[in-house]
Design a protein around this ligand. Structure first.
Ligand code: DGL
Length: 300
Protein backbone atom coordinates (compact mmCIF):
# COMPACT_ATOMS: atom_id res chain seq x y z
CA UNK A 1 0.00 0.00 0.00
CA UNK A 2 1.34 3.42 -0.91
CA UNK A 3 0.79 6.65 0.94
CA UNK A 4 -0.97 9.39 -0.97
CA UNK A 5 1.52 11.89 -2.42
CA UNK A 6 2.04 15.21 -0.71
CA UNK A 7 -0.81 17.52 -1.54
CA UNK A 8 -3.35 14.89 -2.53
CA UNK A 9 -5.06 14.59 0.87
CA UNK A 10 -4.20 16.69 3.90
CA UNK A 11 -5.20 17.35 7.52
CA UNK A 12 -4.60 13.95 9.10
CA UNK A 13 -6.55 14.48 12.30
CA UNK A 14 -10.23 13.67 12.05
CA UNK A 15 -12.16 15.45 14.81
CA UNK A 16 -15.12 13.07 14.59
CA UNK A 17 -15.34 9.28 14.97
CA UNK A 18 -14.63 6.76 12.22
CA UNK A 19 -18.34 5.92 11.93
CA UNK A 20 -19.11 9.50 10.86
CA UNK A 21 -20.10 9.94 7.21
CA UNK A 22 -17.92 11.10 4.34
CA UNK A 23 -18.95 14.41 2.79
CA UNK A 24 -18.89 14.77 -0.99
CA UNK A 25 -19.94 17.85 -2.93
CA UNK A 26 -20.18 19.20 -6.45
CA UNK A 27 -21.88 22.04 -8.27
CA UNK A 28 -24.65 19.69 -9.33
CA UNK A 29 -25.12 16.13 -10.45
CA UNK A 30 -21.71 15.29 -11.84
CA UNK A 31 -20.09 14.44 -8.51
CA UNK A 32 -22.36 11.42 -8.25
CA UNK A 33 -19.91 9.63 -10.57
CA UNK A 34 -17.37 10.04 -7.76
CA UNK A 35 -19.94 8.83 -5.21
CA UNK A 36 -20.47 5.72 -7.32
CA UNK A 37 -16.73 5.00 -7.39
CA UNK A 38 -16.43 5.65 -3.63
CA UNK A 39 -19.33 3.31 -2.84
CA UNK A 40 -17.74 0.56 -4.93
CA UNK A 41 -14.44 0.83 -3.05
CA UNK A 42 -15.83 1.74 0.39
CA UNK A 43 -19.20 -0.01 0.62
CA UNK A 44 -19.46 0.38 4.41
CA UNK A 45 -19.03 4.12 4.52
CA UNK A 46 -22.02 6.40 5.01
CA UNK A 47 -21.93 9.26 2.51
CA UNK A 48 -23.63 12.65 2.48
CA UNK A 49 -23.64 14.18 -1.00
CA UNK A 50 -24.41 17.83 -1.62
CA UNK A 51 -25.16 19.07 -5.16
CA UNK A 52 -25.29 22.86 -5.36
CA UNK A 53 -27.61 22.79 -8.36
CA UNK A 54 -29.15 26.19 -7.55
CA UNK A 55 -25.83 27.77 -8.52
CA UNK A 56 -24.56 25.39 -11.23
CA UNK A 57 -22.51 26.02 -13.34
CA UNK A 58 -19.48 26.91 -11.27
CA UNK A 59 -17.14 26.54 -14.24
CA UNK A 60 -17.96 29.88 -15.84
CA UNK A 61 -17.63 31.93 -12.63
CA UNK A 62 -14.72 33.91 -11.19
CA UNK A 63 -12.29 32.22 -8.78
CA UNK A 64 -13.61 34.44 -5.94
CA UNK A 65 -17.19 33.28 -6.51
CA UNK A 66 -16.16 29.63 -6.84
CA UNK A 67 -14.28 29.87 -3.53
CA UNK A 68 -17.31 31.46 -1.82
CA UNK A 69 -19.67 28.76 -3.16
CA UNK A 70 -17.24 26.00 -2.24
CA UNK A 71 -16.87 27.30 1.32
CA UNK A 72 -20.63 27.35 1.85
CA UNK A 73 -20.97 23.75 0.61
CA UNK A 74 -18.04 22.56 2.71
CA UNK A 75 -19.34 24.27 5.86
CA UNK A 76 -22.78 22.70 5.42
CA UNK A 77 -21.20 19.24 5.29
CA UNK A 78 -18.79 20.00 8.10
CA UNK A 79 -21.71 21.07 10.34
CA UNK A 80 -23.36 17.75 9.56
CA UNK A 81 -20.37 16.04 11.18
CA UNK A 82 -18.55 14.47 8.23
CA UNK A 83 -15.15 12.92 8.99
CA UNK A 84 -13.54 13.88 5.68
CA UNK A 85 -14.45 15.78 2.56
CA UNK A 86 -14.14 14.75 -1.09
CA UNK A 87 -14.42 17.70 -3.46
CA UNK A 88 -15.98 15.93 -6.44
CA UNK A 89 -15.78 18.98 -8.68
CA UNK A 90 -12.80 19.67 -10.89
CA UNK A 91 -13.50 23.40 -10.92
CA UNK A 92 -13.53 23.66 -7.12
CA UNK A 93 -10.54 21.30 -6.86
CA UNK A 94 -8.68 23.54 -9.34
CA UNK A 95 -9.52 26.86 -7.74
CA UNK A 96 -10.53 26.47 -4.09
CA UNK A 97 -8.83 23.41 -2.60
CA UNK A 98 -6.10 25.27 -0.70
CA UNK A 99 -8.66 27.64 0.78
CA UNK A 100 -10.90 24.77 1.90
CA UNK A 101 -7.94 23.04 3.51
CA UNK A 102 -6.96 26.22 5.30
CA UNK A 103 -10.46 26.89 6.61
CA UNK A 104 -11.71 23.42 7.53
CA UNK A 105 -10.66 21.23 10.39
CA UNK A 106 -11.05 18.13 8.19
CA UNK A 107 -9.10 16.04 5.69
CA UNK A 108 -9.97 17.38 2.24
CA UNK A 109 -9.23 15.74 -1.11
CA UNK A 110 -9.92 16.84 -4.67
CA UNK A 111 -10.09 15.13 -8.04
CA UNK A 112 -7.34 16.88 -10.03
CA UNK A 113 -4.23 15.23 -8.56
CA UNK A 114 -5.66 11.68 -8.89
CA UNK A 115 -6.91 12.47 -12.42
CA UNK A 116 -3.57 13.93 -13.45
CA UNK A 117 -1.73 10.89 -12.08
CA UNK A 118 -3.91 8.49 -14.08
CA UNK A 119 -3.63 10.69 -17.18
CA UNK A 120 0.16 10.96 -17.05
CA UNK A 121 0.29 7.17 -17.00
CA UNK A 122 -2.27 6.77 -19.79
CA UNK A 123 -0.67 9.33 -22.12
CA UNK A 124 2.62 7.40 -22.26
CA UNK A 125 5.03 9.60 -24.23
CA UNK A 126 2.17 11.75 -25.52
CA UNK A 127 0.47 14.95 -24.45
CA UNK A 128 -2.40 14.89 -21.94
CA UNK A 129 -5.58 16.37 -23.43
CA UNK A 130 -7.96 17.80 -20.82
CA UNK A 131 -11.64 18.55 -21.40
CA UNK A 132 -12.89 20.72 -18.55
CA UNK A 133 -14.79 23.83 -17.58
CA UNK A 134 -13.45 27.31 -18.34
CA UNK A 135 -12.50 27.66 -14.67
CA UNK A 136 -10.54 24.39 -14.62
CA UNK A 137 -8.74 24.97 -17.90
CA UNK A 138 -7.83 28.59 -17.23
CA UNK A 139 -6.58 27.75 -13.70
CA UNK A 140 -3.77 25.61 -15.18
CA UNK A 141 -4.34 23.11 -12.35
CA UNK A 142 -4.00 20.03 -14.58
CA UNK A 143 -0.81 21.43 -16.13
CA UNK A 144 0.71 21.88 -12.67
CA UNK A 145 -0.47 18.49 -11.41
CA UNK A 146 0.80 16.62 -14.50
CA UNK A 147 4.13 18.47 -14.22
CA UNK A 148 4.47 17.15 -10.67
CA UNK A 149 4.36 13.58 -12.05
CA UNK A 150 6.36 14.05 -15.26
CA UNK A 151 8.42 17.01 -16.35
CA UNK A 152 8.29 15.79 -19.97
CA UNK A 153 4.51 15.49 -20.33
CA UNK A 154 2.68 18.41 -21.87
CA UNK A 155 -0.97 19.33 -21.34
CA UNK A 156 -3.43 20.64 -23.91
CA UNK A 157 -6.65 21.94 -22.38
CA UNK A 158 -10.00 22.51 -24.04
CA UNK A 159 -12.89 24.19 -22.22
CA UNK A 160 -16.17 22.39 -22.93
CA UNK A 161 -18.82 24.38 -20.98
CA UNK A 162 -21.81 23.36 -23.09
CA UNK A 163 -21.41 19.75 -21.97
CA UNK A 164 -22.21 20.79 -18.38
CA UNK A 165 -25.55 22.27 -19.44
CA UNK A 166 -26.37 19.23 -21.57
CA UNK A 167 -25.54 16.86 -18.69
CA UNK A 168 -27.66 18.82 -16.19
CA UNK A 169 -30.53 18.60 -18.73
CA UNK A 170 -29.99 14.86 -19.06
CA UNK A 171 -29.40 15.44 -22.80
CA UNK A 172 -26.54 13.02 -23.33
CA UNK A 173 -27.52 11.24 -26.53
CA UNK A 174 -28.35 12.23 -30.09
CA UNK A 175 -27.11 14.65 -32.69
CA UNK A 176 -26.81 17.77 -30.50
CA UNK A 177 -24.40 16.35 -27.87
CA UNK A 178 -22.57 14.47 -30.64
CA UNK A 179 -21.83 17.67 -32.57
CA UNK A 180 -20.86 19.52 -29.38
CA UNK A 181 -18.49 16.70 -28.34
CA UNK A 182 -16.99 16.59 -31.84
CA UNK A 183 -16.40 20.34 -31.94
CA UNK A 184 -14.59 20.32 -28.60
CA UNK A 185 -12.54 17.20 -29.41
CA UNK A 186 -11.35 18.75 -32.69
CA UNK A 187 -8.87 20.77 -30.62
CA UNK A 188 -7.00 17.53 -29.94
CA UNK A 189 -6.53 16.66 -33.62
CA UNK A 190 -4.61 18.20 -36.52
CA UNK A 191 -6.74 20.59 -38.60
CA UNK A 192 -8.92 18.99 -41.26
CA UNK A 193 -7.36 21.15 -43.99
CA UNK A 194 -3.94 19.70 -43.15
CA UNK A 195 -5.08 16.09 -43.44
CA UNK A 196 -7.62 16.15 -46.26
CA UNK A 197 -11.38 16.28 -45.75
CA UNK A 198 -12.94 13.02 -44.61
CA UNK A 199 -9.56 11.45 -43.77
CA UNK A 200 -8.58 10.48 -40.21
CA UNK A 201 -6.71 13.34 -38.54
CA UNK A 202 -3.57 12.77 -36.49
CA UNK A 203 -4.04 13.13 -32.76
CA UNK A 204 -2.10 15.77 -30.83
CA UNK A 205 -2.75 13.97 -27.53
CA UNK A 206 -2.00 10.55 -26.04
CA UNK A 207 -5.08 10.50 -23.80
CA UNK A 208 -8.15 12.58 -23.06
CA UNK A 209 -9.02 13.35 -19.42
CA UNK A 210 -12.65 13.90 -18.52
CA UNK A 211 -11.65 16.91 -16.42
CA UNK A 212 -15.18 17.69 -15.26
CA UNK A 213 -17.32 15.36 -13.21
CA UNK A 214 -20.22 15.85 -15.62
CA UNK A 215 -18.32 14.45 -18.59
CA UNK A 216 -18.32 10.71 -17.79
CA UNK A 217 -21.96 10.81 -18.90
CA UNK A 218 -20.67 11.44 -22.43
CA UNK A 219 -17.91 8.86 -22.23
CA UNK A 220 -19.22 6.55 -24.96
CA UNK A 221 -19.94 9.48 -27.25
CA UNK A 222 -16.47 10.92 -26.62
CA UNK A 223 -14.82 7.56 -27.35
CA UNK A 224 -16.90 7.20 -30.50
CA UNK A 225 -16.06 10.68 -31.79
CA UNK A 226 -12.35 10.18 -31.03
CA UNK A 227 -12.43 7.11 -33.29
CA UNK A 228 -14.38 9.03 -35.95
CA UNK A 229 -11.94 11.94 -35.91
CA UNK A 230 -8.67 10.03 -35.68
CA UNK A 231 -9.54 6.64 -37.12
CA UNK A 232 -8.47 4.90 -33.89
CA UNK A 233 -9.09 5.00 -30.14
CA UNK A 234 -7.19 7.06 -27.57
CA UNK A 235 -7.39 6.26 -23.82
CA UNK A 236 -10.08 8.26 -22.02
CA UNK A 237 -9.38 8.92 -18.33
CA UNK A 238 -12.08 9.50 -15.70
CA UNK A 239 -10.64 10.74 -12.39
CA UNK A 240 -13.46 9.22 -10.31
CA UNK A 241 -11.89 5.74 -10.04
CA UNK A 242 -8.42 7.02 -9.18
CA UNK A 243 -9.85 9.49 -6.66
CA UNK A 244 -11.75 6.70 -4.92
CA UNK A 245 -8.66 4.46 -4.91
CA UNK A 246 -6.42 7.15 -3.41
CA UNK A 247 -9.06 8.17 -0.89
CA UNK A 248 -9.49 4.56 0.23
CA UNK A 249 -5.72 4.31 0.75
CA UNK A 250 -5.82 7.50 2.76
CA UNK A 251 -8.62 6.26 5.04
CA UNK A 252 -6.86 2.93 5.58
CA UNK A 253 -3.46 4.41 6.36
CA UNK A 254 -4.97 6.93 8.78
CA UNK A 255 -7.21 4.36 10.48
CA UNK A 256 -10.32 6.28 9.45
CA UNK A 257 -12.37 3.50 7.82
CA UNK A 258 -15.81 2.79 9.28
CA UNK A 259 -15.86 -0.46 11.27
CA UNK A 260 -19.50 -1.35 10.61
CA UNK A 261 -20.23 -4.43 8.51
CA UNK A 262 -23.61 -3.40 7.08
CA UNK A 263 -23.76 -1.44 3.82
CA UNK A 264 -23.20 2.30 4.14
CA UNK A 265 -26.06 4.74 3.63
CA UNK A 266 -26.34 7.54 1.10
CA UNK A 267 -27.98 10.88 1.85
CA UNK A 268 -28.55 13.24 -1.07
CA UNK A 269 -28.87 17.01 -0.53
CA UNK A 270 -29.44 19.66 -3.17
CA UNK A 271 -29.96 23.40 -3.15
CA UNK A 272 -32.79 23.36 -5.72
CA UNK A 273 -35.33 21.15 -7.50
CA UNK A 274 -34.93 17.85 -5.59
CA UNK A 275 -37.41 16.01 -7.82
CA UNK A 276 -35.65 16.76 -11.08
CA UNK A 277 -32.30 15.91 -9.42
CA UNK A 278 -33.76 12.57 -8.37
CA UNK A 279 -34.86 11.76 -11.92
CA UNK A 280 -31.42 12.33 -13.50
CA UNK A 281 -29.32 11.13 -10.55
CA UNK A 282 -29.83 7.42 -11.16
CA UNK A 283 -28.03 7.76 -14.49
CA UNK A 284 -24.95 9.00 -12.65
CA UNK A 285 -25.20 6.61 -9.73
CA UNK A 286 -26.00 3.56 -11.76
CA UNK A 287 -28.53 2.49 -9.12
CA UNK A 288 -31.82 3.68 -7.71
CA UNK A 289 -31.49 6.85 -5.67
CA UNK A 290 -32.80 7.67 -2.19
CA UNK A 291 -35.21 10.60 -1.65
CA UNK A 292 -33.45 13.90 -2.20
CA UNK A 293 -33.64 16.67 0.39
CA UNK A 294 -33.42 20.40 -0.35
CA UNK A 295 -31.19 22.58 1.88
CA UNK A 296 -30.49 26.31 2.13
CA UNK A 297 -26.79 27.04 2.39
CA UNK A 298 -25.54 29.81 4.65
CA UNK A 299 -23.81 32.52 2.62
CA UNK A 300 -20.02 32.80 3.02
N1 DGL B 1 -18.78 19.52 -11.86
C1 DGL B 1 -17.95 20.62 -12.23
C2 DGL B 1 -16.53 20.16 -12.51
O1 DGL B 1 -16.21 19.03 -12.32
C3 DGL B 1 -18.36 21.39 -13.43
C4 DGL B 1 -19.72 21.83 -13.63
C5 DGL B 1 -19.90 23.30 -13.42
O2 DGL B 1 -19.49 24.10 -14.27
O3 DGL B 1 -20.44 23.61 -12.39
O4 DGL B 1 -15.74 20.95 -12.97
Amino acid sequence: MTLPPPGSVVAPVARVGVEAPLGVFDSGLGGLTVVRALRERLPHENIIYLGDNARVPYGTRSPETIIRYALSCARELSERGVKALVVACNTVSAVALDRLRAELDLPVTGVIVPGARAATRAAGEGTVGVLGTLGTISSGAYTRAVASFSSRTEVLGQAAPLLVALAEEGWTEGEVPRLVVRKYLSAFFAPEEAEGFGLPRSAKVGCVVLGCTHFPLFRELIEHEIRELGGRGIPVVDSAQQTALEFEEFLITRGLCALRTEPGTLQLLVTDKPKSFESVASRFLGSSVPAVEQVDLKPC
